[in-house]
Ligand binder design. Structure first.
Ligand SMILES: Cc1cc2nc3c(=O)[nH]c(=O)nc-3n(C[C@H](O)[C@H](O)[C@H](O)COP(=O)(O)OP(=O)(O)OC[C@H]3O[C@@H](n4cnc5c(N)ncnc54)[C@H](O)[C@@H]3O)c2cc1C
Length: 467
């Protein structure tokens, strides 16, 4: 095994971080590798330096996204006939990982949300949607997903603070979001609302709206990490949205979630966490191989403890990367390399949703431990801002808490393993009779009578509403 064959370049010299022989490149095509080379070049020339400014000044990474647009990456996954690069899920995972590792994690997260928004539109492409939102991508337009609702927290698929009604063939839409990456900076926003003639929280619809109808206050954004990604709250107040900006049929929201939003977002964001983990190990390698303790004559990397830290971090991160590329390959297989157009009712990516949950849990759990261990490996120098490691540490901490949070995901997985897939109960509608029976058993007769009266009154009101 040679360290120089296929070595990563960094400007005029070799890359100073973990060697290319630790990349699972057998899972990539030549085209993927060429795209990665271009991205690394952009990171070296400008994006990594811009990351520092974004972090220091809470500055949206517009220049980095412009650079991605100038090189076609804003339309990476769009078919060539619509002006895109025709990339697949593997290309997307690779791009998100590469931008986060070598360049800027905030940019990588904006990019994840951008491509996921693009894919949400491309699930049901119409000539109008393609002309308006897809073809202009190469001119640098940026999209995002505005899903998380202030009233349901990280259960971002549950949009209580939203609504849509029919108005002369168009729709009047309202929406409140607690978090939106690129909020106030994106050109278009893919949103999910309850449907017109709403029948319950499985009945959701997807719209794409332009920035001029979106209210945002980016000046309020401040956070531990991912500071450039500007994920503040946004609001759309009773806006008339033309019918051709409805994506898919009315009621397509749950299918859109399972078929595109979750798979693309979970694959992209997991790849960002993997990129941050590798980026932190890169910095630790550079520092520990250069710093010498003159009393012992040893470099920091010569201590077996430090080798153990790095060894475990690479092994764990590469397990998460293999999971990401394996899942990307499965999604490519299910969609003919992202070329298959699905009609409502067809599923492809949704069959892998439970694998997407596992991937996100693994990647987010891994990064949070790796950044801590790399800080320990670099000592006090790692704690100082000038090494650049502490930004990776802060950015990486977003993984665990980002919806679906790791608490939610491990419960989804455990619950579906034990009780079956249908038990996940996204919209809080399945009654847990065992809990109800157990709780009411604790009540005395008076408490039971009081509860029964309350429930009877509620049942009567419900019946009155439905008659
Ligand atoms: C950097 C960043 C960028 C983001 N970008 C976007 C974006 O572009 N678009 C978007 O729509 N959203 C975005 N989000 C929002 C994100 O997806 C979540 O909605 C948000 O992080 C939830 O925060 P919260 O305070 O409401 O958490 P809460 O949901 O209130 O969670 C608080 C705690 O409760 C736990 N918890 C919640 N539900 C359960 C449960 N059922 N079982 C067990 N424990 C539970 C959580 O795990 C957590 O520990 C972003 C978030 C971050 C951090």
């Amino acid at each position: 095994m040679s360290e120089t064959v296929g070595a990563t370049r960094w400007g005029d010299g070799p890359f100073w971080g973990v060697g290319a022989e630790w990349n699972p490149d057998w899972l990539l095509t030549d085209r993927h590798r060429r795209w990665r080379d271009t991205l690394i070049e952009l990171c070296e020339q400008e994006m990594r330096a811009n990351a520092e400014r974004s972090d220091d000044e809470l500055k949206f990474p517009r220049r980095n996204l412009e650079l991605l647009g100038e090189h076609g990456f804003l339309a990476l996954t769009v078919p060539e006939e619509y002006g895109g690069m025709g990339g697949d899920h593997t290309a997307f995972a690779l791009a998100c990982e590469t931008i986060a590792r070598y360049g800027c994690a905030s940019t990588a997260m904006c990019y994840t949300m951008h491509i996921t928004a693009v894919q949400a539109i491309m699930l049901r492409p119409t000539p109008e949607l393609v002309e308006r939102y897809i073809r202009p991508l190469n001119s640098g337009t940026i999209g995002t997903l505005s899903y998380s609702d202030p009233r349901t927290g990280g259960h971002f698929w549950y949009p209580i603070s939203s609504g849509a009604e029919r108005v002369n063939g168009d729709y009047r839409v309202r929406k409140q979001s607690s978090w939106t990456t690129s909020g106030g900076f994106a050109d278009f926003y893919v949103i999910q609302t309850t449907s017109p003639d709403f029948t319950g929280y499985h009945d959701l619809s997807v719209f794409v709206v332009d920035s001029d109808v979106v209210r945002a206050q980016p000046s309020l954004w401040d956070a531990l990490g991912m500071r450039g990604n500007q994920s503040g709250g946004v609001e759309i107040i009773q806006t008339l949205v033309p019918a051709d900006q409805l994506v898919g049929p009315v009621g397509d929201g749950a299918e859109s979630n399972d078929e595109v939003v979750d798979p693309w977002f979970l694959l992209g964001s997991s790849s960002v966490w993997n990129g941050i983990a590798m980026g932190a190990i890169d910095i630790a390698k550079r520092h520990t191989t250069r710093k010498v303790h003159e009393d012992t004559g040893l470099r920091v990397c010569d201590y077996p403890t430090i080798q153990d830290y790095v060894g475990e971090a690479v092994i764990d991160t590469n397990a998460a990367r293999l999971a990401a590329y394996s899942l990307a390959g499965a999604l490519d297989g299910a969609t003919e390399g992202n070329r298959r157009v699905l009609s409502p009712g067809d599923t492809a990516r949704a069959e892998y949703l439970h694998w997407c949950w596992q991937l996100k849990f693994t990647a987010a759990k891994n990064v949070t431990g790796v950044v801590d261990r790399m800080l320990h490996a670099c000592g006090g120098t790692g704690y100082r801002r000038d090494l650049g490691l502490e930004r990776y540490l802060r950015d990486g901490k977003a993984g665990w808490v980002m919806g679906p949070s790791n608490e939610v995901l491990r419960q989804f997985v455990g619950r579906s393993v034990l009780l079956g897939m249908d038990s996940v109960d996204y919209w809080n509608q399945t009654v847990n009779e065992r809990v109800v029976t157990n709780e009411t058993r604790k009540m005395d007769a008076a408490a039971k009578r009081a509860l029964a009266e309350k429930l009877l009154a509620e049942a009567q009101a419900q019946e009155g509403m439905s008659s």
